[in-house]
Design a protein around this ligand. Structure first.
Ligand code: 4AD
Ligand code: MG
Length: 467
């Protein structure tokens, strides 16, 4: 049997043709001579209205029950749907006790749904979000394939901490235990006694691939042991990462990130799931703004970090009592209040902030030759978007062996662990760069869903994992 979405999209059948519909009862309304039920199979935001002129057939239907219905599709006289199913036969496949079933009509709180995330996909919002993740994934693959990129699968278990921020989850002892004579004697469940982590980013592995395949990308899970309890942080999230050789300008890296995001936004210019999600928010105007960013004839605004600090400091000084909790100063990280002001108020749109101080960024970023003395910067960017802050981070990668070795030293990293990474430079190293985009942040920004915790089916965040 087709899904409800396929059924409604298929060309009209001879009116007598009998169809089968599988799904769950979303609501049921009984009158004396007729009963109406909305059936959903999750294939689209709208379910299908089923009309029972033989009310006996609807007798055992309750909210949440799984059913198989036979009937004919007919034009619906009622408002709200084009087609309805005139039911000739109904079978309850799985009953659902209406006395105890929690997913009733009245809205459940976000917290309640987080506590019952095994039932959450049944809500309209989470259903639409899951389909939005699917269409977004397809748009991403489309963009990269159209631009000559090859999709690579990178490892999840890794020996390095790519970002060097100490936010890795360890799945084994932190150092090889000398009392364990061989890997075979070590506990297999502790990764055979070797230090091993869950990846925080696929970048370093992608660099190895890009050193041969030129243009590569991946969409994969990443893990961060950070305590952040914000609406933008998860302990397990998905990251889109692109990496490519033969680029020597951070402008070009920004261009690719911008075009990829614009492509995704344009793909969703008309999408019933997006409509359903935005309808639940007070500000539908924000959705029009997103489309305007996608269609803008100019590239999105680009500012250097130094310029950003200047405008932030000026705004701070001109605001009685100061505009920010953290006074902006060259050499300090941009706080989320700074990022939000830049995107929400100063630019009123997406903004790339480029060329941050080297001291604020990971070891692999390419040092700018034109740095001012005492103010060394790296060729990198963060893409900040209104209502959210950082959506993408990227950079050129240091391809000069001596400078990369110096950076490893500066960051207190052991060169022995990075011999393979240095090899990529020693043997035909090409100038290259790339970026990483937080998939749940993109979903949240596009859909207006307030927290990334509602942008993934089974969220994991500081201290929380229910199933
Ligand atoms: O800025 P980040 O840490 O950059 C990297 O990991 C680079 N190695 C990526 C690269 O160049 N290939 O992370 C990239 C993006 C952030 O901009 C943010 O959108 C998202 O990943 N992100 C998170 N999303 C949800 N929860 C978290 N805890 C996140 N940490 C980062
Ligand atoms: Mg970042």
């Amino acid at each position: 049997a087709p899904t409800i979405r396929q059924l409604l999209a298929s060309p009209p059948q001879p009116s007598a043709a009998s169809v089968t519909v599988n799904g769950w009862v979303k609501s049921i309304r009984r009158q004396k001579k007729v009963a109406f039920a909305v059936i959903s199979d999750g294939s689209s935001d709208t379910g299908l209205q089923a009309v029972f002129t033989d009310v006996n057939l609807a007798k055992h239907l309750t909210n949440g029950a799984s059913v198989r219905l036979q009937g004919t599709l007919a034009d619906s006289p009622g408002a709200g749907q084009e087609k309805e199913l005139k039911v000739s036969d109904a079978e309850v496949l799985g009953a659902c006790d209406p006395e105890t079933y929690p997913m009733q009509k009245q809205a459940l709180t976000v917290e309640y749904l987080r506590d019952h995330c095994h039932l959450r996909p049944r809500t309209r919002e989470i259903g639409a979000m899951l389909r939005l993740r699917d269409t977004t994934t397809r748009a991403i693959h489309e963009y990269f394939h159209d631009n000559g990129f090859v999709h690579i699968h990178t490892p999840i278990i890794t020996s390095n901490d790519c970002e060097g921020a100490g936010e890795t989850f360890r799945i084994a002892p932190s150092a090889s235990d000398p009392s364990i004579p061989s890997a075979l004697d070590a506990k297999p469940s502790e990764y055979f006694g070797h230090p091993a982590y869950l990846t925080v980013s696929s970048q370093l592995h992608l660099e190895a691939a890009a050193s041969a395949i030129s243009r590569v990308y991946t969409l994969s899970p990443c893990f961060r042991a950070e305590r952040s309890q914000t609406s933008r942080h998860l302990a397990e999230f998905w990251m889109l990462e692109g990496e490519w050789a033969f680029t020597s300008s951070v402008t070009e890296v920004c261009d690719v990130a911008e075009h990829a995001v614009r492509h995704v936004l344009r793909t969703h210019a008309s999408s019933p799931d997006m409509d359903a999600l935005w309808k639940q928010h007070p500000s539908e105007a924000k959705r029009a703004e997103l489309q305007a960013y996608a269609d803008a004839s100019q590239p999105w605004t680009r500012l250097t970090y130094t310029e950003a600090i200047e405008v932030l400091a000026k705004h701070h000084a001109q605001t009685p009592g100061g505009a920010f909790v953290f006074p902006p100063a060259w050499g300090s990280s941009l706080q989320s209040e700074h990022e939000r002001w830049l995107a929400d108020t100063h630019v009123r749109g997406p903004v790339f902030v480029t060329d941050y101080p080297a001291s604020l960024k990971p070891f692999y970023m390419r040092v700018n030759d034109n740095s001012e003395p005492g103010r060394e910067t790296v060729a990198c960017f963060d893409l900040l978007v209104p209502g959210m802050g950082e959506l993408v981070g990227g950079s050129l990668r240091e391809e000069r062996v001596e400078l990369l070795e110096a950076a490893l030293d500066r960051h207190g990293l052991d060169k022995a662990d990075y011999e393979w990474y240095l090899d990529l430079r020693r043997y035909g190293g090409a100038p290259h760069g790339g970026f990483g985009l937080g998939f749940e942040r993109l979903i949240s920004w596009m859909s207006g869903i307030e927290s990334v915790r509602e942008c993934i089916a089974m969220p994991r965040w500081a201290g929380r994992m229910l199933l």
